[in-house]
Ligand binder design. Structure first.
Ligand code: AGP
Length: 607
């Protein structure tokens, strides 16, 4: 989704702005632009499409400037066009602004400004901010900014430069993230740490409502009431290597192959020595004393981990557990109460739907525990307790390693919860922990069969639609398999609980139509196997994913991927690996833009 960068310092701003925007590309965008302050005033360059095209255009100008802002736009208000790309410049050219988030009352503000004679060049909600800044400027920067901010409704992060403040970068944060970095030659701003890789040695994550006024020499922070607040820069642990593909052709494939270590680090981080005492989850026993119901909430793949997690929590804790899509959580009357534990799952920690659901649950007095991959993210900061997944930065839009790290986190959390609640005994607890500790190695084992799975991917690339079926924990995997395939190969896919087929969907089965059948959960193997036969007897083709223990039972099926055995509760994680590889190789065969699929954003910061 939209990304912001900014620079003020001793060096030319343009290289950082462009490199920073490249590092934000993974968030998803459709146009990009920069604004810099030169001796001619504020100058901009914009383009639709990739940052590489913006780089070509910008380099021709040879801008000489020490101050600038940049933006990657993911269209929300107005078509994808240069006119709607950021930065937006105010009427007289005094201010330029880049904006993330949505100004909810922009239509009213725009009408008022139009009545006052302001002409609008774009269809965006963001342009009103540029004109307001110019109109409200009274010579006193902070009071003028406060005047503008108090007129704006919604969530936003703003980067601003002003013609008359030749070395001042202004940043404003309300709900949408912004980070300030300090390097050898100046200060950097970005919507996420990734853009500061390799340039900033120290950083500050801005708090909600803060305004930062940054010059070459110093960064000063103000609260929303205009009072100055002291903020200390902390050493950043930014590693450029996560932003490199290495020998892999795509970030997605690299991240698929990072799953043994992502799951292993996450599991070890949570479970310490595999014993029943763990520092990271030491808050659990007292929290569980008051918990009578669990909600696991997320969007997209994070929701799919919630579905898989629900089965595990219900079995191991015996507490009623529901998986809820975050945007639905916000609009329904789910009976969340003081004794509810709401677990919010999010890789980015910035997903607007999840944040909204979190706020709603908090208002109702529930305990908020989040499972988040990005430290210091908004969801982490707003939760009562946070568990960080140890997947490391994930660049490809389609999540893989963050998803599996979320799954192993929920599994481990459920095992400890069941043990602390006395639902599972010492022996069972040790059994589950042993199973969990073996998962990273089993993932590695599946990855070694990449070539075999790649062949199935190539086969699927000519399909016009694909069904994914499974029951229970297999169904959770089917949902993720279908989403992964849709996201990057653009093939329409649908996931069904296998038992539901005969209630309608089976009418779609015809000769040659393809179904990916997940059949790893041992307790329901026979039932799903029957559903598979119902498809085969109508001429439908099957690609089967099952476990070693069932090798002999499935000899009649030619196309199959056999994965290692594990407990029924944890099969979803192992099934994810062939499903991710299938999606990857299907998309590759089709020549799709795998790391940056059309219309998608890594961090979805609008509701
Ligand atoms: C997964 O491949 C998707 N890109 C998407 O469904 C994602 O999981 C969803 O938008 C939630 O994101 P989050 O984990 O950052 O909250």
């Amino acid at each position: 989704m939209c990304g912001i960068v900014g620079y003020v310092g001793k060096e030319n701003a343009v290289p950082y702005l462009l490199d920073g925007l490249s590092r934000l590309e993974y968030r998803g965008y459709d146009s990009a632009g920069i604004a810099v302050l030169t001796d001619k005033g504020i100058e901009t360059e914009k383009c639709t499409g990739r940052v590489a095209a913006l780089r070509d255009k910008a380099e021709k100008h040879n801008f000489s400037c020490n101050l600038g802002i940049g933006h990657t736009r993911w269209a929300t208000h107005g078509e994808v066009s240069e006119r709607n790309a950021h930065p937006h410049v105010s009427y007289k050219g005094d201010f330029a602004v880049v904006h993330n988030g949505i100004i909810e009352n922009y239509a009213t503000l725009r009408d008022k400004l139009k009545d006052e004679g302001y002409a609008f060049l774009s269809d965006t909600d963001s342009e009103v901010v540029a004109h307001l800044l110019e109109r409200d400027y009274n010579g006193d920067l902070i009071s003028s900014l406060m005047n503008t901010v108090k007129k704006l409704e919604g969530a936003f992060a703003l980067g601003i430069i002003c013609k008359n403040l030749s070395d001042t970068l202004i940043l404003i944060r309300k709900e949408s993230p912004l980070v300030v970095g300090k390097g050898k030659d100046g200060f950097y701003a970005a919507s996420d740490m990734g853009a500061l890789c390799g340039v900033a040695e120290e950083s500050i994550t801005m708090n909600d409502g803060e305004i930062a006024v940054i010059t070459k020499e110093k960064a000063t922070f103000y609260l929303s009431d205009g009072n100055e607040v002291f903020r200390r820069f902390e050493k950043s642990n930014l590693c450029a290597s996560s932003a490199e593909k290495g020998d892999f052709p795509h970030f997605m494939l690299k991240e698929i192959f990072e799953q043994p270590s992502a799951t292993e680090h996450t599991y070890r981080f949570l479970s310490s020595s595999g014993t029943s005492s763990t520092e990271e989850l030491s808050f659990l026993p007292s929290l569980l004393q008051t918990t009578d119901r669990i909600y696991i909430v997320g969007c997209g793949s994070a929701y799919h981990t919630a579905v898989a997690g629900k089965y595990v929590f219900e079995k191991l804790t015996k507490l009623p557990t529901e998986a809820v899509i975050a945007s639905e959580f916000c609009t329904s009357s789910i009976p969340v109460r003081k004794n509810s534990l709401c677990i919010f799952v999010s890789q980015s920690g910035e997903t607007a739907d999840t944040l909204s659901a979190l706020k709603k649950a908090k208002e109702k007095g529930a305990t908020i525990l989040s499972v988040v991959n990005v430290p210091e993210s908004s969801i982490a900061r707003k939760s009562h307790k946070v568990i960080y997944t140890k997947a490391g930065p994930e660049i490809a839009v389609a999540t893989t390693k963050a998803y599996s790290a979320q799954l192993i986190t929920l599994y481990t959390l459920a095992a400890f919860s069941g043990y602390y609640l006395g639902v599972i005994n010492d022996g069972d607890f040790r059994y589950y922990m042993r199973e969990l500790s073996c998962l990273p190695k089993k993932i590695k084992n599946i990855l070694e069969r990449e070539n075999e799975i790649a062949e199935f991917g190539k086969l699927l690339s000519s399909e016009s639609s694909i069904r994914f079926i499974g029951r229970n924990t297999d169904y959770a995997a089917a949902m993720e398999g279908a989403l992964k395939m849709k996201e990057i190969s653009y093939i329409p896919c649908e996931a069904y609980p296998a038992g539901e087929l005969k209630h309608g969907t089976i009418s779609l089965v015809e000769k040659g139509s393809i179904t990916v059948a997940l059949c790893c959960n041992d307790s329901i193997f026979k039932k799903t196997a029957n559903n598979i036969e119902e498809i085969r007897s109508r001429g439908g083709d099957i690609i089967l994913i099952t476990t070693e223990k069932h090798t002999e039972d499935v000899t009649v099926i030619n196309r199959k991927i056999i994965i290692p055995d594990t407990d029924d509760l944890f099969v979803t994680l192992l099934e994810a690996i062939p499903l991710q590889l299938l999606a990857y190789y299907t998309a590759k065969e089709k020549g799709c833009d795998i790391d940056k699929p059309r219309n998608l954003a890594k961090s979805v910061t609008v509701e």
